[in-house]
Design a protein around this ligand. Structure first.
Ligand SMILES: [Ca+2]
Ligand SMILES: [Ca+2]
Length: 384
C-alpha cells in the first residue's frame, strides 16, 4: 500500500448452462488437515490494490480526459444497458448475446464458512470466519474472455473507462522497451506499475500490443463499472463476495485453495500464478508469465476454472475490513463504500508478495480502476 501522494496508480440466453459435472478434470480433494495460512506474507502485496484514478497532489501525473465516473449506480455506464438486458426476446442485441460464451454451472444452495480465522493478510479483513447461507445461482465457468467482451462491444459500441481516460496501469515486466522509454512517471512504492497511454482491453500492454492472439484469455483493463455493464448486457450480474467465495471453495470446507491446502499437489500447478522472485523474475514454471487462456488449469469441485490466479475478479460488494461473526443469509456487503472487492489474485501473485490466491483472500480497487491483471466473471439467478 503506498501513500496517496504517489502517482495514481492505478433476454438471458445461456448458450449452455452446464450442470455441475465433477467428473471433468475434477480435482481430487486435498484433505490435508491444517488450513493454516503459512505465515510469511509481507501483506503489502503487488501494489495493485492501490491502483486508483484519483490524481493525488505532488506528483506529475496523467490527467483523466473525463471526470470521475459517478458513484450513483443509476448513473453508471451500466445503467443504459440494463434496459436492453432486461428485454425478453426479439431484440438483435439478444440474438448477438446468445452466442457469447455463457457456459455456466449451477452452484447449489448451501452454507459455508466465509473468511478465515488464520488470515494470511489480517489487514485485508480476511476474518473472522462466519457462517453464510446462500441460495443457488449459476456462475460462468471461466473468466470473461477478450472474445466475449469483443462481442459485447461490437453489439453495443460500449467504450471502457480506460479508453475514456486514455490510459491504464500495466505491469512493467510486460512492456516493450519502446513503451517504457515513453514513460517518465512511476509509482515510488510499487515501481512495477506504470500508467501506459493507450493501454486498454484491446491493447493490454499499450499501443504496440493487441488481443488478436489472446481472444481466449481473460479480458483485462476493465473497471468495475465496465464489468457491470457487460454482465447487465448479458442478462447477468456480478457475484457478491460471498457468492464468489462460496463458489471458489468448490464444496470443500475451510481450505486455502479451491482444490485443498497444498499449493502444488503432487508437484502439479493448479493455477496461473507467479514463480520466481517478484517482480524481477518470473520463471513461468506453470507455463505462463502473463495471462493464460481460460480453462488451462483444472476445475474445482463445482466445475469452475481459474477461480484463483490468472486474472483478479471484481465482485459486486463495497470494500470493508470489519466483519461481525453473525450468521448471514445472502449477504451483499456494506451499503456504501469507496472501493469494490476483488477476489482470487492473479498471474502476478507470489507468496512473498501477494499471498492473495486463496479463497478467503481479498483486495480492493476504486470502481473506475483498471489494470493488466484484473478481470471478472458473471453469475445469474435466471433459470432456477
Ligand atoms: Ca504463471
Ligand atoms: Ca481468476
Amino acid at each position: 500500500m503506498f501513500p496517496r501522494s504517489t502517482l495514481v496508480i492505478l433476454c438471458v440466453y445461456y448458450v449452455g448452462i452446464v450442470s455441475c459435472d465433477t467428473t471433468q478434470q475434477s480435482v481430487e480433494p486435498d484433505l490435508t488437515p491444517s488450513p493454516t495460512a503459512e505465515p510469511e506474507s509481507s501483506g503489502s502485496g503487488c501494489g495493485c490494490q492501490s491502483l486508483k484514478r484519483d490524481v493525488p497532489s505532488g506528483v506529475a501525473a496523467r490527467t483523466a480526459k473525463e471526470p470521475h465516473t459517478p458513484r450513483d449506480p443509476r448513473e453508471l455506464p451500466a445503467g443504459k444497458y440494463s434496459a436492453a438486458a432486461n428485454r425478453d426476446e426479439g431484440q438483435s442485441e439478444c440474438r448477438e448475446r446468445a452466442d457469447i460464451s455463457a457456459e455456466m454451472v449451477l452452484i447449489p444452495a448451501g452454507q459455508f464458512l466465509m473468511g478465515t480465522d488464520n488470515p494470511g493478510i489480517p489487514q485485508d479483513g480476511e476474518g473472522p470466519q462466519r457462517r453464510v447461507h446462500l441460495d443457488a445461482f449459476y456462475m460462468d465457468i471461466h473468466e470473461v474472455r477478450n472474445l466475449d467482451f469483443q462481442k459485447f462491444v461490437n453489439a453495443t459500441g460500449y467504450v471502457t473507462e480506460a479508453e475514456k481516460f486514455g490510459d491504464s496501469f500495466v505491469f512493467e515486466g510486460l512492456l516493450s522497451e519502446k513503451i517504457k522509454s515513453e514513460i517518465s512517471q512511476a509509482v515510488a512504492a510499487a515501481p512495477w506499475w506504470l500508467p501506459v497511454k493507450g493501454a486498454n482491453w484491446k491493447h493490454p500492454e499499450g499501443p504496440d500490443s493487441h488481443i488478436a492472439d489472446r481472444l481466449e484469455h481473460p479480458v483485462l483493463h476493465v473497471s468495475w463499472n465496465d464489468a457491470m455493464a457487460y454482465c447487465l448486457w448479458a442478462g447477468k450480474r456480478l457475484p457478491t463476495e460471498a457468492e464468489w467465495e462460496y463458489a471458489c471453495r468448490g464444496g470443500l470446507q475451510d481450505r486455502l485453495f479451491p482444490w485443498g491446502n497444498k499449493l502444488n499437489p503432487k508437484g502439479q500447478h493448479y493455477a496461473n500464478l507467479w514463480q520466481g522472485q517478484f517482480p524481477k523474475e518470473n520463471t513461468g514454471e506453470d507455463g505462463y508469465v502473463k495471462t493464460s487462456p481460460v480453462m488451462s488449469f483444472p476445475v474445482n469441485g463445482y466445475g469452475l476454472y481459474d477461480m484463483v490466479g490468472n486474472a483478479w475478479e471484481w465482485t459486486a460488494d463495497w470494500w470493508n475490513v470489519h466483519h461481525a461473526t453473525d450468521e448471514l443469509h445472502n449477504p451483499t456487503g456494506p451499503a456504501t463504500g469507496r472501493d469494490r472487492v476483488k477476489k482470487g489474485g492473479s498471474y502476478m501473485c507470489h507468496k512473498s508478495y501477494c499471498y492473495r490466491y486463496r479463497c478467503a483472500a481479498r483486495s480492493q480497487n476504486t470502481p473506475d480502476s483498471s489494470s493488466s491483471n484484473l478481470g471478472f466473471r458473471c453469475i445469474s439467478k435466471k433459470g432456477l
